[in-house]
Design a protein. Sequence first.
Length: 165
Amino acid sequence: MHTVIRKATCADIPQILAFIRALAEYEHLSHAVQLSAEDLERDGFGPRPYFECLIAEANGQPTGYALYFFNYSTFLGKPGIYLEDLFVFPELRGKGVGKALLGRVAAEAVSRNCGRFEWSVLDWNEPAIDFYRSQGGEFLNEWRIVRVAGEALTRLAAANGEVSR
């Protein structure tokens, strides 16, 4: 199977949304998806994009995607890339699509002088863990993900006396 990786365009928004919903279903997190096509257009294709997205295709058909954004390492003094989503349709896994997407995001990191390329994986997702390990992924067990969202985020912001939207 010949895979083509290309940058997503605004015309891909319905497909990106479908990929995100399929990923959420696979991860048993469908209930958490609040995203709309308008959100994707504003945040990925508007005047100040917050993310970039790659689409994998085989025979002109979408097979997977990678959505990522830039962060910054103060220790390295360099930007980095955080891979938010990597998804390949289940029936197409094991055919090199995920490897092609991951490699292309790594190439973006190298071409932009990034010092890191990072992502998270659910602890129960053994196929993904094995795949990432096979691609050179290093698991940082001493680091924990910390998240503040929803009402807790609003309370934290309010505790500082400044809440603006």
